[in-house]
Design a protein around this ligand. Structure first.
Ligand SMILES: NC(=O)c1ccc[n+]([C@@H]2O[C@H](COP(=O)([O-])OP(=O)(O)OC[C@H]3O[C@@H](n4cnc5c(N)ncnc54)[C@H](O)[C@@H]3O)[C@@H](O)[C@H]2O)c1
Length: 334
């Protein structure tokens, strides 16, 4: 197998939203990429060309052995059950995928002496915060959703393993508490995925938009290309070892504002568009905004995609997808 000049990285969850962008970013920067995914929420068509793809489950050691074969310089562990609501419906599945899956990946890294592991943690690790912006490595972590608990436990397994002095090799772990990541390829139909894409999918199909709670809760949206940039910078910087970084934009947007922006971007009137209000859901944090100072200083990183431009790009993509789906498929011969 070809080993590219810069090194070889395994991306777990490579067929998903963030994983597929990450693989693309690594390939563009000259890394060789192996990817593993069980295609539970991801789609095979998302896996970029040039990735050695292993269809497998991160909770299964035999599948991981296939993905680790040939040696790795790093693992970007992104596979996960990415839904707070689903974690309440099926806590065991959430725990198995997010926590047990991460333990298996971490232990494989140790066994194979992979020097670097980067982990996709979540802002849900914080729970309800009393001070904004929230600071990683300072703020209390009291997750209030089962998802937040399983992601935070996994983060601790990864970082605590990186701190072990008995391993006999330098194992550098970095975790990212990502806020609301958005961009192309985030599902427009899966009601469990990112809120921005859910609304865009609804509006494109002219369905009512459903807001849980009063809509004044706020979120910090960060474009997936900025997330990819931060991860690869961290991978390349020794100072990022053993650290946990927030990845957000440092700005927050209320859900009501997000809905109005999306409706207007489709050329529709936010005052007359059908909006349904439902009671708030369990585990819904109220206000969130990231302190991204440490990521700026240690990684030399800054988010580059402004919210409105990023959203306009997702809407353009959603339109392309709808047009492609509406085109008649060419008939097969024979
Ligand atoms: N999207 C966000 O805003 C956000 C924010 C914070 C953290 N995260 C974390 O980032 C990761 C990716 O999220 P996403 O938004 O790209 O979701 P996604 O559902 O698009 O991607 C997750 C991928 O993991 C795969 N997967 C799930 N279970 C697996 C298993 N047992 N073995 C192998 N593959 C498996 C899925 O098929 C999917 O392709 C998740 O771990 C999520 O918790 C996401």
């Amino acid at each position: 197998m070809a080993r590219k000049g810069k090194g070889r990285v395994l991306v777990t969850g490579v067929a998903g939203f963030i994983g597929s962008h990450m693989a693309e970013g690594l390939l563009e920067r000259g890394y060789g990429v192996v990817g593993i995914d069980n295609l539970s929420t991801g789609e095979a068509r998302n896996v970029p060309k040039g990735v050695r793809f292993v269809k497998g489950d991160v909770t299964r050691d035999a599948d991981l052995a296939r993905a680790f074969a040939g040696g790795l310089d790093g693992v970007f562990h992104i596979a996960g059950c990415a839904s707070t609501i689903r974690s309440f419906d099926d806590p065991e599945a959430d725990l198995r995928t997010n926590t047990l899956g991460t333990i298996r990946v971490v232990m494989r890294c140790v066994k194979a002496r992979v020097p670097r592991l980067l982990y996709a943690s979540s802002m849900t690790a914080y729970g309800f915060v009393d001070r904004l912006p929230v600071r990683a490595e300072r703020a209390a972590t009291r997750p209030v959703s089962y998802y937040g608990i399983s992601k935070y436990a996994a983060e601790r397994y990864a970082l605590a393993t990186g701190e072990r002095t008995d391993l006999g090799f330098g194992f550098g772990v970095t975790a990212f508490r990502m806020f609301n990541v958005y961009g192309r390829r985030q599902s427009l139909t899966n009601p469990y995925q990112g809120v921005a894409s859910i609304f865009i999918g609804n509006i494109q199909r002219r369905e009512p938009v459903r807001i849980f709670g009063d809509g004044e809760q706020s979120r910090d949206f960060v474009h997936v290309s900025d997330v990819v940039d931060a991860w690869i910078r961290a991978f390349e910087r020794p100072a990022a070892r053993g650290r946990v970084f927030n990845l957000g934009s440092g700005r927050s947007v209320s859900i009501n504002e997000l809905v109005r922006t999306d409706i207007a971007a489709f050329g529709l009137d936010p005052k007359t568009y059908p909006i349904e209000h439902h009671p708030a859901r369990p585990g819904d944090q109220r206000h969130m905004r990231a302190d991204i100072g440490p990521a700026r200083r240690v990684l030399g990183w800054r988010p580059r995609v402004p919210f409105r431009r990023g959203m306009a790009d997702v809407i353009a993509w959603a339109r392309e997808e709808a047009a492609a789906a509406a085109r008649p498929r060419p008939k097969r011969r024979g």
